[in-house]
Design a protein around this ligand. Structure first.
Ligand code: PMP
Ligand code: GLN
Length: 384
C-alpha cells in the first residue's frame, strides 16, 4: 500500500459491521436502513432489468431519464436550474462523486478545507489527489455543533483550492444555517475558492430545520459541485446511485476523472431512481416523519441510559458524549460495547485529525426498525 493510503487502514464501517456480525450485536454503527426503499421502485428496477434497459453500459453521464429527473428535482425543490445534458453527472454513489470531484479539481499541494468531524472518505480522497487536508473543527456548544466562521476564514491560505462542505452533517446531525452558508459563500467568492458540497442527507431534516444548497446563494452556482445520493433518500444504499450537479466546466472536469474510475455504473437502477425522484411529496414527508420519531426514540433512550446527547437536526445519526458514563475513549468504548451491551456504534474520533477533540464522542444510527431501536435502548440502559 502506498504512503498516501497507508494511514487510512480499513474503514471503521467495515470494521464495526464485522464486529456486529461476529458478536450478534445490534448494529447501530454503519449507516444503512434495515428496511428497503419503496416496493414500486424495486419493481421499477426489475422492469428495467427485464426490458433490457441498462443491462449494457449506460451512457457516460448517466441515462437521460435520470439526468432529467435530477435536474427537475433541483429546480422544483430549490429553484436551481441545471441543464440535464451538460450540468448533471450520474456517479457510483456519492462516494465516487466525492473521489472524482477531488481527483479532478485538486492539484498536488493544494489545500482542501473540510469541516471536522468529516466523513472518512474525504481524507482518503484528498490524499489520493495529492492534496493537503485542512480541518476546521465544529465545536460542541449548548447541545449542538457550531461552525466558527473566524476559524474558517483563518484556515484559508494562498494554497486553498476548495472547501468541502457536508450539510446535513454526518456524524453530528448539524444542518448549516442560512447565515453560516452565506458566510461560507462570501468567503469562497472573496478568495475565489471552489466548494464541493455533500448533500446526501438533504431530505433528512427535522423540526424546523431547512436544507439550503449553497449553490443557490449569490456567486455560488458557477463555483459549486453539489453531490446527492439515492442511497439515503430512497433507502437503497446497495444500488450505489449518486450524482453531481454543477456548471458545464466543473461537470466536465469531474466526468474526466469519473470515466477512469468506474466509467459507468448501476444501469437498471438508474431507471428506477429516475422514477423515485418523481415520487409524490408524501413519500418525502413520510420518510422525514418516521425518521424524526426514531430520532426522538433513540435520543431520549440514550439520554436515559446516561449519555449526553447532541440531538440531530438532520441525517440519521445521533452523536453522544460518553463522559457522563465515566468513559473517555470512544474507541475503547465502541470495541467493548458489543460485549457490555450487545450494541455496535461508531467512535467519532475516526472523523477527526485532532483525534483528542473527538475522543469522547460516539455515533449511533437510528435508520432502524422501531423495535430494534427499543431493544438497543433497553440494552444500553444496563450500562449505567
Ligand atoms: N457522504 C456522506 C456524508 C455519507 O454519510 C455517505 C454514506 N453513508 C456518503 C457520502 C456515501 O454515499 P453513497 O452510499 O451514495 O456512496
Ligand atoms: N455513510 C455511512 C455511514 O456514515 C456508511 C457508508 C460506508 O460504509 N462507507 O455510516
Amino acid at each position: 500500500l502506498n504512503r498516501r493510503l497507508a494511514e487510512f487502514g480499513t474503514t471503521i464501517f467495515a470494521e464495526m459491521s464485522a464486529l456486529a456480525a461476529r458478536t450478534g450485536a445490534i448494529n447501530l454503527g454503519q449507516g444503512f436502513p434495515d428496511t428497503d426503499g419503496p416496493e414500486e421502485i424495486r419493481e421499477a428496477a426489475v422492469r428495467a432489468l427485464r426490458d433490457g434497459r441498462g443491462n449494457q453500459y449506460p451512457p457516460g453521464p448517466g441515462v437521460p431519464e435520470l439526468r432529467s429527473a435530477i435536474a427537475d428535482h433541483q429546480r422544483d425543490r430549490y429553484g436551481l436550474d441545471f441543464d440535464p445534458d451538460t450540468e448533471v453527472l450520474v456517479t457510483a454513489g456519492a462516494t465516487e462523486a466525492i473521489a472524482a470531484a477531488l481527483l479532478a479539481l485538486v492539484e498536488p499541494g493544494d489545500e482542501v478545507i473540510a469541516l471536522e468531524p468529516y466523513y472518512d472518505s474525504y481524507a482518503a480522497c484528498v490524499a489520493m489527489a495529492g492534496g493537503t487536508r485542512v480541518p476546521v473543527t465544529l465545536r460542541p456548544h449548548d447541545g449542538s455543533y457550531v461552525l466558527d466562521l473566524d476559524e474558517l476564514r483563518a484556515a484559508v491560505t494562498d494554497r486553498t483550492r476548495l472547501i468541502l462542505l457536508n450539510t446535513p452533517h454526518n456524524p453530528t446531525g448539524t444542518v448549516l444555517t442560512r447565515a453560516e452558508l452565506t458566510a461560507v459563500a462570501e468567503l469562497a467568492v472573496e478568495r475565489d475558492l471552489l466548494v464541493v458540497t455533500d448533500e446526501v442527507y438533504e431530505h433528512l431534516v427535522f423540526d424546523d430545520a431547512e436544507h439550503l444548497p449553497i449553490a443557490s446563494l449569490p456567486g455560488m452556482r458557477e463555483r459549486t459541485v453539489t453531490i446527492g445520493s439515492a442511497g439515503k433518500t430512497f433507502s437503497f444504499t446497495g444500488w450505489k446511485v449518486g450524482w453531481i450537479t454543477a456548471s458545464p466546466e466543473l461537470t466536465s472536469a469531474v466526468r474526466s476523472a469519473k470515466q477512469f474510475l468506474t466509467y459507468v455504473s448501476s444501469g437498471p437502477f438508474q431507471y428506477a431512481i429516475a422514477e423515485a425522484l418523481r415520487l409524490p411529496a408524501t413519500y418525502f414527508d413520510t420518510l422525514r416523519t418516521e425518521l424524526s420519531a426514531k430520532r426522538d426514540l433513540l435520543s431520549e433512550g440514550l439520554a436515559q441510559a446516561g449519555f449526553a446527547v447532541y440531538k440531530p437536526a438532520g441525517t440519521y445519526f445521533v452523536t453522544t458524549d460518553i463522559r457522563p458514563l465515566g468513559a473517555e475513549d470512544g474507541f475503547a468504548f465502541c470495541r467493548s460495547l458489543p460485549e457490555r451491551a450487545g450494541v455496535v456504534a461508531i467512535p467519532n474520533a475516526v472523523f477527526y485529525d485532532h483525534r483528542e477533540a473527538g475522543a469522547p464522542f460516539v455515533r449511533f444510527a437510528f435508520c432502524k426498525k422501531t423495535e430494534v431501536l427499543e431493544e438497543a435502548v433497553s440494552r444500553l440502559k444496563r450500562l449505567s
